[in-house]
Design a protein around this ligand. Structure first.
Ligand SMILES: [Zn+2]
Length: 396
C-alpha cells in the first residue's frame, strides 16, 4: 500500500477568502488540503511533518494571470528553460501558479509558446510555481491602443489565421483582443466554443462597436484603464468608450496592474467600487526583466528601458510591462488602496482563480484543493511557499 505523505501547517492566522482562523491549522496529504480548522478542533495525523508558521499568516498561494516573464526568461521568446526559470523566481514572491503571457509577435513565436507550454505542463512539477496555461495578448489588438506591442504584427481576426492558435485549447486559456475590430465577434464565439477566455484589452472602441463581441462571450478586461479608450463625442453626443463600457457591463471582470506606476489609487478603487473584490484581480504584468538589475531589456521583439521600478519604451510613449511581483501588488492594495489584508489577498488568490476557471482546485484553503500555501508576515514578506504539498521556498 502506498504510504501517505502528511504535512501540517500550524501556529499562524489562516486567511482564506471568507474565513479567518486564529491559531489555525491546515493539514495536507499527498499535495492536497484535507483539513482546515482551529488547532485542537481538528485531528492531527501522527507521523506528519510540521511547518511552524511562527505566528505569521497562512494564506493560499498567489495566482498571477498576466505575466510575461522573469529573470530574463521571456514567454514570447520561449525556450526549454523559460517556465522553470519563471517558476523558481515566482515562489520567492508568493506566486504559486500563473498564466504565461505572450505579447504580439510573429505567428511562429505564438506557436512555439503553445508547443513549449504543452510539453512543460505534461510533466507536472512542484519545484516552482505551476504554469496553468498561456495567455495570448494579441495579435488582434487596436492599432491606436497598441502600447508596447509591435504594430507590424497586429492584425484583424480571421478564422483562417486564428484557428491555428485555437487548436491549442488544452494550454491556451485566455486571449486578449480588441472587441471593436472587424471579425472579433466571430473570434469571441470560437474562443468560447473552445473554452478559452476572451478578454477585452488594447481597445479603442465605443460602446456600440464593442457590444456585439462582448455579448458574444467576452468575460474579462485585461489591465483595466491601460490602453483603453475613454468616452468621446459621436457627433455632439458623448458616448461610452472602452473604459466606461467595460466598467458598466456586469458580465466583465477586471484585472489591474497594481505596481503603483500603471494606475493611480483612485482609479484602482473606482474599479473595485463598481465591480467588487470578487470581480477584480491583481496582475503583475511583469516583463522579463523582473528580478534583474535596471538597464536595457527585451520583451518579445521590443526593447525597453528598466529604471526606477518600471519598464518603458525608449521613446517614453508607453510602459512596457511592469517589474513587479504579486506580493508587491497585495502590499500596494493594502497601503495605496486602503484594502483590508483579507480583501487584498482575495484579489490575488480566489478572484483570479475564479476568473480563469480554476477555483475548483486553486485560490483558497479548503478541503480537496491543491496544497498551494504561503506563510508571510503582516507586511506581505514571504517566509515560506508550499506548492502542492512541498515546501519549496524558505526565506533565509
Ligand atoms: Zn498589454
Amino acid at each position: 500500500m502506498k504510504e501517505h505523505k502528511y504535512l501540517i501547517v500550524k501556529n499562524g492566522m489562516v486567511i482564506t477568502p471568507d474565513l479567518e482562523i486564529r491559531d489555525g491549522i491546515v493539514i495536507l496529504r499527498d499535495g492536497k488540503i484535507i483539513e482546515v480548522g482551529k488547532r485542537g478542533e481538528v485531528e492531527e495525523p501522527l507521523n506528519a511533518n510540521i511547518v511552524d508558521a511562527n505566528n505569521n499568516y497562512i494564506s493560499p498561494g498567489l495566482i498571477d494571470i498576466h505575466v510575461n516573464g522573469a529573470m530574463g526568461a521571456d514567454v514570447t521568446k520561449v525556450d526549454n528553460n523559460t517556465f522553470s526559470t519563471m517558476g523558481s523566481f515566482f515562489i520567492k514572491h508568493g506566486t504559486t501558479s500563473y498564466l504565461g503571457t505572450a505579447i504580439t509577435s510573429a505567428d511562429n513565436d505564438f506557436i512555439q509558446v503553445l508547443e513549449h507550454a504543452r510539453t512543460y505542463m505534461q510533466h507536472s512539477k512542484t519545484d516552482g510555481a505551476e504554469l496553468l496555461g498561456i495567455h495570448m495578448e494579441g495579435p488582434f489588438l487596436s492599432q491606436n491602443q497598441s502600447g508596447a506591442h509591435p504594430r507590424e504584427f497586429l492584425s484583424l481576426p480571421r478564422p483562417d489565421h486564428y484557428m491555428q492558435f485555437l487548436e491549442y485549447s488544452d494550454v491556451l486559456k485566455k486571449m486578449t483582443l480588441a472587441p471593436e475590430l472587424e471579425g472579433s465577434t466571430q473570434l469571441v464565439k470560437d474562443l468560447k466554443d473552445k473554452g478559452i477566455i476572451a478578454a477585452a484589452g488594447h481597445t479603442d472602441g465605443i460602446y456600440s462597436e464593442m457590444i456585439p463581441a462582448i455579448s458574444g462571450g467576452i468575460t474579462h478586461a485585461t489591465h483595466f484603464f491601460c490602453n483603453m479608450s475613454h468616452f468621446r463625442r459621436d457627433q455632439l453626443k458623448r458616448v461610452a468608450g472602452a473604459v466606461e463600457t467595460l466598467l458598466y457591463d456586469d458580465r466583465i471582470s477586471g484585472a489591474i496592474i497594481a505596481d503603483g506606476w500603471h494606475v493611480g489609487p483612485v482609479l484602482m478603487n473606482l474599479l473595485v467600487k463598481v465591480k467588487g473584490v470578487d470581480r477584480v484581480c491583481f496582475v503583475s504584468d511583469a516583463m522579463p526583466a523582473v528580478g534583474l538589475p535596471p538597464g536595457i531589456h527585451n520583451i518579445g521583439d521590443v526593447k525597453a528601458i528598466v529604471e526606477n521600478g518600471v519598464a518603458r519604451l525608449p521613446d517614453n510613449s508607453a510602459y512596457a510591462g511592469s517589474v513587479t511581483t504579486m506580493d508587491v501588488c497585495v502590499r500596494n492594495g493594502i497601503n495605496q488602496m486602503g484594502l483590508s489584508m483579507v480583501d487584498a489577498l482575495r484579489m490575488a488568490t480566489q478572484t483570479p482563480a475564479e476568473i480563469i476557471g480554476v477555483s475548483d482546485r486553486k485560490g483558497s484553503l479548503e478541503k480537496g484543493k491543491d496544497a498551494d500555501i504561503i506563510i508571510m508576515d503582516k507586511d506581505i514578506n514571504i517566509d515560506k511557499t508550499i506548492i502542492r504539498g512541498e515546501v519549496n521556498y524558505t526565506r533565509k
